[in-house]
Design a protein around this ligand. Structure first.
Ligand code: NAI
Ligand code: 15L
Length: 272
C-alpha cells in the first residue's frame, strides 16, 4: 500500500517548509521533526538527531521517512559529523528497529561536486553527468552526503530498508545564479519527485538526480523518471535576466568549472 503517514525531518528548514505546504495535497499525513520549533505547528517534534529516544518515538508507526534534516552547507567537520553522519545513522537505526520500510534521503549534488560540468550547455542528450559517475565530494558536507548514500545502500542490502537518495540540485522558489539554471528543482517538481520516490515500487537502493526539466540540464534524469517522476518546470524563463546580471558561465573560472560550483573553492564562497 502507498505510504500515508510520513515523518519529515528538517521540517523547519527551507525545503522542509516548502514541502510541508505541498505534500499534503498528495494525501500524506506528515509528522514533522526539527531541532528548531516550528511556528504554527504545535504537534511538531522538536528534537536533535543525536536524541535517539526522540527518534525512536518519532518513527513509530510511520510508513516512510523523508530525511531532510542536517547541516545544508559546508561547516567544520565535527559539526557535520554530529548532524549529518551520526544523525543520519541514528535515524536509520531507529527506522530499522521500528520496521520502517522506505526512506527518501536528501543527498546533494555536492556528493559529486568535483565532477566537471558538461562543457557546452545545452547539448541535447549529450555528455550529461551519468548516475554512476564516481563520487567526488567537494566539501565535508558533500562527504556526509556520500556517506549517507553508502549507509542507505548498506541498510538495503543488510536490512531490506529501501532508500531513494536524491542528489538535489538547488531547490528554492527561483534560481538565483546562472549555475542554478542547470540544476534548479522547482518546489512543485520537488514535491512531485518526493511523491514518486515514496510510491514507486521495488526501489531497493536507488540514486537519482533531483531537478526540473531544465533546458540547460547537466545530468541524467532517467532514474528519477523511472520512478514515475514527470518534471513540469524549466528554469529557462529566468535565464535571460540572470545571464544579463551575472554573465555566462566561464569554464576558466573554478567556481563555474565543476558541478558543485563555489563549494569547490577553498574556502567555499557563497554566490548568494
Ligand atoms: P535548511 O538548512 O534550510 O534546513 C535543514 C533543517 O535541518 C533546519 O531546519 C535545521 O534546523 C535542521 N537540522 C539541522 N541539523 C539538525 C539536527 N542535528 N537535528 C535536527 N534537525 C537538524 O536546508 P534545506 O535547504 O531545507 O535542505 C534540506 C535538505 O536537503 C538538507 O539535508 C540539504 O543538505 C539537502 N539539500 C538541499 C538542497 C537545496 O537546494 N535546498 C540541495 C541539495 C541538498
Ligand atoms: C546544497 O546542497 C545546499 O544544501 C543548498 O543550499 C544549495 O547550496 C545547493 O546545494 C546548490 O548546490 O545550489
Amino acid at each position: 500500500p502507498a505510504p500515508r503517514t510520513v515523518l519529515l525531518t528538517g521540517a523547519a528548514g527551507g525545503m522542509g517548509t516548502l514541502m510541508r505546504e505541498l505534500l499534503p495535497a498528495y494525501g500524506y499525513q506528515l509528522r514533522l521533526l526539527d531541532q528548531l520549533p516550528i511556528e504554527g505547528e504545535p504537534d511538531a517534534i522538536t528534537a536533535d538527531l543525536s536524541d535517539r529516544d526522540a527518534l525512536r518515538e518519532a518513527v513509530r508507526d510511520v510508513d516512510a521517512i523523508i530525511h531532510l534534516a542536517g547541516i545544508s552547507l559546508e561547516a567544520p567537520f565535527e559539526k557535520i559529523l554530529r548532524s549529518n553522519i551520526e544523525g543520519t545513522y541514528n535515524l536509520y537505526e531507529a527506522a530499522r528497529e521500528a520496521g520502517v520500510r522506505r526512506i527518501v534521503f536528501a543527498s546533494s549534488n555536492h556528493a559529486v561536486g568535483f565532477t566537471p560540468r558538461p562543457a557546452e550547455t545545452p547539448v541535447p542528450g549529450a555528455s550529461l553527468i551519468p548516475l554512476d559517475t564516481p563520487r567526488r565530494p567537494d566539501t565535508f558536507y558533500g562527504l556526509s552526503k556520500s556517506f549517507g548514500e553508502d549507509l542507505a545502500s548498506l541498510y538495503w542490502d543488510k536490512h531490506g530498508i529501501e532508500t531513494v537518495a536524491i542528489r538535489i540540485g538547488s531547490c528554492f522558489p527561483e534560481p538565483t545564479t546562472v549555475r542554478m539554471l542547470s540544476i534548479w528543482m522547482s518546489p512543485a517538481d520537488g514535491a512531485r519527485l518526493l511523491h514518486a520516490a515514496l510510491t514507486a515500487e521495488n526501489v531497493g537502493y536507488t540514486v537519482v538526480y533531483g531537478s526540473s526539466a531544465n533546458t540547460r540540464l547537466w545530468w541524467d534524469l532517467s532514474s528519477a523518471r523511472a520512478l514515475g517522476y514527470e518534471p513540469r518546470d524549466d528554469s529557462e524563463p529566468y535565464a535571460a535576466k540572470l545571464i544579463a546580471e551575472q554573465g555566462e558561465l566561464d569554464p576558466d573560472n573554478p567556481d563555474h568549472a565543476y558541478l558543485g560550483g563555489a563549494f569547490c573553492t577553498n574556502p567555499p564562497i557563497w554566490p548568494r
